[in-house]
Design a binder for this molecule. Structure first.
Ligand code: ZN
Length: 615
């Protein structure tokens, strides 16, 4: 195993800006001081509880408890080992990684995922070169791109559009020259490889031939797959000859349902009144981009999934759907609605006035960005869209049709998790369907009641954060972290046996006070060395974020000490009282010493706690 020099890891941590690292994945907002907040990438949430403090180099989620530094973040979000995460960050920040003597990584030691990322980058470069090349295949594809798809050469450059020659264009040889592992070649999805076949150039049958190649990037901009458009060059013996689009199969780096085309670019373009625009296909998204609508994303030729919507929600809460007005497009839109409501996305549907048929690709091609402003003007809310789809002409509909439509709409509304939004949807739907809201409300209650019994809607309890119920250990630990001048006096004022070490805060407080007492306190910014596991890291991170607003921290510290003392001495007092109750009333030595101890304890309890800056 390659071992990275600790000095190198330290250097890297100094160079890396945590907020910058995190914002590749999470949209962050300022939250006071050096702190920023966003939606947690490690659990599903609707209000941000993921905190980042760039100065301290720490992140912490108050929802699920995940915490750590920049390296931890890259490890977790990119599923890398420690070494790989350090290498990735090193590459991004231009820090050369140094390894302990003789332990550098060999080709075999790179992870399969890293190899697959690299291999796809190579393949994308290969296809793109073929697209630009002067040969007949390149010439044909460029003409196809410009004349038939009516896209510009600049757009092809920007998105690295490629060409797969009818014979595969020698991709197999290119990949083999790079000496990827057999496992990577088998699993990259670019070739058909028989399980029992040796990996030789001849054995590598390319999956994509005679097709226009569109690289698919994950939300971090890494090529993870391809979509291949059929052309006149697609050979007869292509096993998917008739398919207009062929996608890479799923691989260790590509899961269709967790990826949206163009999200890597769109996520940096969304903002106030610039929502995501969901279109049906990759070429639609490219069309949007080409006219300057840069927030468009598209699924991977499959239905939109909850995972994709949750991914969107991480960056922005609003999405406009712009689907074909054909039945397939309308069906896709209706399928998406409950999932979007569940993900707490605010959805609108872009349409043309009246019943005009819409083909987003054509519309933008002909009218450019001006068309976007127009379809936005006549856009429909989630409920308006659903009601119109389920009951096209409410004025003349029979009551039976009306109630059937209502059931459909209620099925969608039921997916929303907040009661407030459900109530708002009900009011809107009732008006649109011309039904009494109270009736819809009752039906919804019955519908939800049914799923209640399935136990599906039980909301998660909010994480306990109140300070009224926390232990004195917790309070004192927090004070130590935020008011470092308190640490030393505290370490001499608190006997170690007052601290309850059955709780994590007690274990840490005991350890910290020990270090303070011995003059070994490393300072708040270098606590990593004092922590032994992830739970401790998580606890400290949450305390670091929990900045107390106090006039007099010493007063609060005295109160904490008093609580520790009362608890410890109180327990001893109860023990003694119990022992005395059991002994006969005539005094003996035992009971007199117990009585002495008791009065001593009671005297201690009456004394004020003294704690001053001087210690
Ligand atoms: Zn979380």
């Amino acid at each position: 195993m390659p071992v990275i020099k600790p000095s190198c890891v330290r250097d890297l941590k100094l160079r890396v800006n945590l907020a910058e690292v995190v914002s590749r994945v999470v949209a962050l907002r300022r939250a006071g001081g050096s702190r920023q907040k966003g939606l947690c990438p490690f659990h599903n949430e609707k209000t941000p509880s993921f905190n980042v403090d760039s100065d301290k180099g720490f992140f912490k989620c108050f929802g699920c408890g995940k915490a750590g530094d920049a390296i931890d973040f890259v490890r977790e979000t990119e599923q890398l080992s420690f070494t790989e995460a350090v290498e990735t960050l090193g590459q991004r920040y231009g820090v050369a990684i140094e390894y302990e003597e003789g332990s550098g990584p060999s080709r075999e030691e790179r992870s399969l995922r890293q190899e697959l990322f690299d291999l796809h980058e190579q393949a994308a470069g290969h296809f793109h070169e073929a697209f630009r090349a002067t040969g007949p295949a390149g010439h044909f594809m460029r003409a196809y791109w410009v004349n038939e798809r009516r896209f510009s050469a600049e757009l092809a450059e920007e998105f690295k559009i490629g060409a797969a020659a009818p014979d595969g264009g020698g991709l197999g040889a290119v990949i083999q020259r790079k000496r990827y592992s057999e496992e990577a070649i088998r699993h990259c999805g670019l070739f058909f490889v028989r399980d029992d076949a040796m990996i030789t150039v001849g054995a590598l049958r390319p999956r994509f031939r005679g097709r226009l190649m569109i690289p698919i990037r994950d939300h971090q901009g890494r090529v993870v797959a391809f979509t291949a458009r059929q052309t006149a060059l697609t050979p007869q013996d292509d096993p998917s000859r008739e398919a207009k689009y062929v996608n890479s199969p799923e691989t260790p780096i590509f899961t269709k349902g967790n990826l949206l085309f163009n999200l890597d670019r769109a996520r940096t373009e969304v903002g106030e009144s610039r929502p995501f625009v969901m279109v049906e296909g990759q070429l639609d998204a490219l069309r949007c981009w080409s006219v300057g609508l840069k927030t468009a994303v598209a699924p991977q030729g499959t239905s939109i999934t909850e995972g994709q919507l949750a991914l969107l929600r991480r960056y922005h809460a609003e999405v406009e759907c712009f689907f074909d007005s054909d039945p397939a497009g309308q069906k896709a839109a209706l399928r998406l609605l409950p999932m979007a409501l569940k993900a707490n996305l605010e959805v609108r549907f872009l349409t043309l006035a009246g019943d005009a048929k819409v083909d987003p690709d054509l519309l933008f091609l002909e009218r450019g960005l001006a068309a976007y402003a127009e379809v936005r003007k006549t856009s429909l809310s989630a409920m308006a869209f659903a009601c119109r789809a389920l009951l096209p002409s409410p004025a003349t509909a029979s009551s039976e049709l009306r109630s059937r439509a209502a059931q459909g709409v209620l099925g969608i509304i039921a997916a929303a998790e907040s009661e407030v939004s459900r109530a708002a949807f009900i009011a809107e739907a009732a008006a649109l369907l011309q039904l009494p809201a109270s009736a819809l409300q009752g039906d919804l209650r019955r519908l939800l009641g049914r799923s209640d019994r399935g136990g599906a809607r039980a909301p998660a309890p909010p994480p306990a954060q109140g300070s009224g119920t926390v232990t004195p250990e917790h309070d004192l630990l927090r004070l130590c972290l935020h008011f470092e001048q308190i640490g030393r006096p505290l370490s001499t004022a608190v006997p170690h046996d007052w601290i309850d070490q059955r709780q994590p805060a007690g274990v840490l407080l005991n350890r910290f006070l020990g270090e303070l007492e011995n003059g070994n306190w490393p300072g708040r910014d270098h606590l990593q060395a004092l922590m032994e596991n992830d739970d401790e890291k998580s606890l400290v991170a949450s305390l670091l974020f929990d900045v107390p607003v106090l006039d007099d921290p010493f007063k609060v510290a005295r109160e904490g000490i008093r609580r520790l003392r009362d608890r410890a001495l109180g327990a001893r007092i109860r023990q003694i009282e119990l022992a005395l109750a059991r002994t006969p009333s005539d005094f003996n030595d035992d009971s007199s010493s117990l009585l002495r101890e008791l009065s001593d304890l009671q005297r201690q309890l009456r004394q004020p706690v003294i704690l001053t800056e001087a210690g």
